[in-house]
Design a protein around this ligand. Sequence first.
Ligand SMILES: *Cc1c(COP(=O)(O)O)cnc(C)c1O
Length: 384
Amino acid sequence: MNRPPLPFARPSIDQSDIDAVVSVLESGWLTQGPITRAFEEEFAQSVGAKHAIAVCSCTAALHLALESIGIGPGDKVLTTPYTFTATAEVIRYLGAEICFADIEGPSLLWDVDAVAQALEADPSIKALLPVHVAGQAVDMDRLLSVAGDRPIIEDAAHALPTDVRISGSWKRIGSVGKITCFSFYATKTITSAEGGMVTTDDDALADRMRLMRLHGIDADAWRRYREKGAWGYDVVAPGYKYNISDLHAALGRSQLVRADHFSELRTAIANRYHEALSELPWIELPVSVEHSSHCWHLYAARVRPNTIDRQTVIQALAEDGIGISVHFKPLHLHTYYAERYELKPEDFPVALDHFERAFSLPIFMDMSAEDVDRVINVLRQVPC
Ligand SMILES: *Cc1c(COP(=O)(O)O)cnc(C)c1O
């Protein structure tokens, strides 16, 4: 049977997104300017942060965040092996060293006990870099208490919008740790094609990140060109070229309005998967935790041990033209991290075990009920 391929992920672009981008094209101002500023203000408000600084990617956001808290050569930063390489590579950009602590089994979130052990074994660790995997938050209440004075920089590429319970009340991710970093890459919940955002309540850190975002120049391009007679600028640091354009910001800003709705659509798909797939004896469904809401960036399932081969599942889906993915090949299995830190696969057994059995199903806003049923039917027919 020849059916059109079903992608693993697809952005949801409507007329309001198109109009927003076109109006920037018609405005005569394409790069960072008034639309970026509006996007920042609206984003800060949506997550409850004092400052939001738009950048060209979450990777740039993470780099700026670590730079702003003074991470430098030889400093140690603790993170999870169960993530995309961007989370950890930025530590190396600054000449700092990566330490890993494993995840906990069912939820795939950072194991706070493993974090506490790592900090006890090496008290010189300077900062913590948790990842809110798949759309749920790490237990920030417990993480904040084991972190002590160490700053927490959150990788929230998957966690928009996500709420986490802190001392009994719910707070939105973006208003919890010292600095939070978001991604608007094309597959993320809201997209600006490419882009990211960093949020913080700390004025000094916000100033430093704004400065380093654009060449270490003390005034941004908009002010330089728009204020009457304002021609002068001063370079006070060797900054980066990490700004976003108004073209991208217009798309992100237009999508931000629908972020909660997107999360509801994804939750409905996840619920439909749950209902239908819980009958299958060979599958382990994603596990939800009590301390966090879930925006379902990923539907990361796995095969139950000693049932069927994961490759059989992947092949069945692929043969039907269904896009799948595996999240994540843990960082310590990648050549660079394995060699630099002399790591063996068994060093982080929980991440390793999940990886060997994992497969992620398609989940995106415009996925129809028929699309979801198509995936479910293929899985029902997997020989076991
Ligand atoms: C997508 C992703 C990033 C990188 O985001 P970019 O905006 O592409 O730089 C970082 N961390 C995680 C966990 C991601 O999934």
